[in-house]
Each structure stands twice: as C-alpha cells, then as structure tokens.
Design a protein around this ligand. Structure first.
Ligand SMILES: Cc1cc2nc3c(=O)[nH]c(=O)nc-3n(C[C@H](O)[C@H](O)[C@H](O)COP(=O)(O)OP(=O)(O)OC[C@H]3O[C@@H](n4cnc5c(N)ncnc54)[C@H](O)[C@@H]3O)c2cc1C
Length: 355
C-alpha cells in the first residue's frame, strides 16, 4: 500500500529539522529520510551565532532579522522538544595581532552595536596568554546542535515520520505535481541533504563551494567554571557536550581529503600550547565539509523545471541562524504562496538550472 504525504524531506541536519518543525506547525504532513552520518556538518558545528565576522568585524548579512528569527524559532522548541537548545553568550576576542586590536577599536568607533571593551583587562590572566588585550562581542548565541538534532530525531521516530535509511536519487520518480519514492507518494520532495546536493541530478549546477572544517575536542577541567563563554584568538574555543570544549575550526576551500589531518592537529595543538595556560587533553579530532556557496547566500525554493523538487541548502558557515529563518520562509511559500527573498530563492539560477 502506498503512503501519501504532502512533503518528503531528504536529510535531518539543521535544515531538515527546522523544515520538519515548520511543516508540522503549518499542519502539513511529511516524512523525513536520513541515514545517520555522525560527521555531517550539523553534527560537528560549534553552534555559534556571531553577529560580526571577518578581520574587519563587520555585521553579517541580515543579522538583525536573523537574530530575531532565531530567538523566535528556538524559543518555540520547548513546546515540542522540551528545550530551546539556545543560550545567550558572548565571544571574548583576544587580539592575536596589533592590527586586529586596531581593527576592533576602529570598528567600535564606527558602530558599537555588538562590540565592547572590558572593564577588567586582566580577567583571564590565569587561563590564557594574551599580550594585546581583548574585546567582547555580544549578544551572541550558542546552539546545542547535538542536543537539538538528537531530541528532534527521537521525536520524529516516535511520530513515525523518520525513515533511517539511505535515499537513492535514481529511485525517485518525478511528476509535474507529485514525486514517488518506493511506496511513498508526495506532492513535493525537498532536499536538505547538505553536501550530497553537490552531486544531485537536479541541483549540482548550483554554484556550491565545498568548505572543509576540522575541529579538536578538548578536556580542560579547570575551564569548566565558564560554561557559556566563547574564547577566540585566531581559532575559537567553545563549550561542547559532556563538559568538553570544541576548538576550531579550519576553513579550507581546497582539500584532498574530507578526513581529519595531522597537519591541522599539529598546528592547532601548537597554537593551544601558546595560548591556553591551563592543562588540557585532546579527546577527539573531527572534520566535515560545509555546504557553502560561491556567493555566500543560501539556496531555497523549487527547481524551475521540476516544480515538485525543492531545496533548502547552502547555509555555509551559518546554518544555526539561516536554517530556521529560511525554513519558515519556504513553508510560508508552500502554504500561502508568499515570495522567498530573491537573493536566497533558487530561481535566481533559472537559466543555469534549465540548461
Ligand atoms: C567544523 C564546522 C563548524 C561549524 N560551526 C558552525 C557554527 O558555529 N555556527 C553555524 O551557524 N554553523 C556552523 N557550521 C556550518 C553548519 O554546520 C552548516 O551550515 C549546517 O550544519 C548545514 O546543515 P544542513 O542541514 O544543510 O546539512 P547537514 O548537516 O550536512 O545535514 C544533511 C543531512 O542529510 C543526510 N543525508 C545526506 N544525503 C543523504 C542520503 N542520500 N540519504 C539519507 N540521508 C542523507 C545526512 O545524513 C545529514 O544528516 C560549521 C560547520 C563545520 C563543518
């Protein structure tokens, strides 16, 4: 017997999770197919939402709107998942060079919305080496990605809407207003499959730009009293699960392996020895590839030639803030016909996708 739903979602990373929650809120039936990949981008992300970025500390694209959206979307999670998985935090940015200190002070003079100077420059003297002082960035937010994905997955299994299996693209049949996958018939399929879309028969022509990130997981017992602070000196040190700390990450446009490398580990351990005064132990070393895009804008919406095939992807380094916002925009588009922001709508590539 066939199973009929409104939407078939491929992937349960941060995109598939928020899409499922938004469809549920809209009362729209759906199924999710996800094979559990422990090293998908969402599963090794630090979970940081930082309103400023880069060496020039400029505010990131759409940040005020994204922060408002994130507060709302994560704020609704206690009702369904029992926890918001979001906490407010700040980034303590130790200046790695004199230029970075100047850049911070320059930026602070232009726009003090998120940048602050500390009242007590010596506060972290017992924990870190920092000869050039520090500034703070706040408010920032930290998402417990591991906790959120696990809770959402458990709930989906309980609801009978998650199929834990590999999705085989060649088995998907596409009609004008339906798709069929085995015995599942849906009005649409939406790909939230991260880097798998790079080789998709429908979306591989999009200007994806894979970006690799490597991370070390550390035990720093004496740093546990500061559970919600993120420290940064070139690399970031953030709280991770089980009282451990996440350190990273690399940001590589060109790489020969998706696996963790000795080069990253040696370089990062050396950086840590010159920065952290407290004893630490490396517990794990992880790597993943970010589904980033050349223009640094997400891919949201439906294929111009196949209106029953959609995508929510291309979140790059900012899945925690972009995914909830654009999942809501996509569901509003499906249920009310409202428009998707043109610089995120995948239809901006109509010519490319129609070749
Ligand atoms: C090291 C690192 C650090 C990061 N830190 C941050 C951060 O601090 N803040 C932030 O906002 N972002 C961060 N990011 C970026 C963030 O992780 C991504 O933007 C986001 O996770 C992408 O989510 P996604 O749902 O699109 O893809 P994914 O997380 O890759 O999820 C895709 C899912 O699809 C499933 N799937 C794929 N193909 C198939 C198939 N054929 N069959 C079945 N299942 C399939 C996979 O199993 C997976 O569960 C970081 C990324 C990395 C690598």
């Amino acid at each position: 017997m066939s199973q009929q739903v409104d939407t078939l979602i491929i992937g349960q990373g941060i995109c598939g999770t928020f899409l499922s929650l938004q469809l549920e809120k809209a009362g729209s039936s759906h199924l999710v197919i996800d094979e559990l990949r422990p090293f998908s981008a969402s599963r090794i992300a630090a979970g940081l939402i930082n309103p400023v970025t880069g060496r020039r500390l400029v505010t990131t694209w759409m940040i005020d709107e994204l922060l408002a959206s994130a507060r709302e979307a994560y704020g609704q999670l206690p009702a369904t998942l029992g926890n918001s998985f979001l906490s407010e935090t700040s980034v303590t940015e130790f200046f790695p060079t004199a230029q970075m200190r100047l850049a911070f002070l320059d930026r602070l003079a232009q726009d003090a919305s998120y940048l602050h100077l500390p009242a007590d420059e010596g506060r972290w003297n017992t924990c870190f080496h920092y000869e050039l002082g520090y500034g703070t960035i706040s408010p920032c937010y930290l998402v417990d990605m591991q906790g959120l994905l696990k809770a959402a997955r458990t709930r989906m299994i309980g609801q009978g809407i998650l199929l834990e299996q590999r999705f085989e693209k060649e088995d998907l049949q596409i009609g004008k207003d339906y798709v069929q996958y085995g015995d599942i018939i849906a009005r649409r399929v939406i790909f939230c499959d991260g880097i798998e879309s790079f080789t998709s028969p429908w979306f591989s022509k999009l200007p994806f730009a894979p970006n690799k990130g490597e991370v070390l997981i550390l035990d720093i017992p004496e740093l546990i009293p500061f559970p919600k602070t993120i420290f940064k000196k070139g690399i970031s040190l953030a709280p991770w699960q089980d009282g451990l700390f996440w350190v990273g990450s690399s940001y590589e446009w060109s790489f020969t392996t998706e696996a963790p490398t000795k080069t990253f580990r040696d370089k990062t351990e050396l950086l840590l020895k010159n920065w952290v005064k407290l004893p630490f132990k490396v517990i794990d070393h992880l790597a993943s590839v970010r589904p980033a895009t050349l223009e640094r804008r997400p891919f949201v919406g439906f294929h111009p030639l196949y209106p029953s095939v959609g995508i929510l992807n291309g979140m790059g380094t900012k899945g925690c803030s972009l995914a909830p916002h654009f999942a809501r925009q996509l569901v509003a588009h499906i249920t009310t016909g409202s428009t998707i922001r043109p610089d995120a709508d995948v239809q901006r590539f109509t010519r490319l996708l129609s070749r």
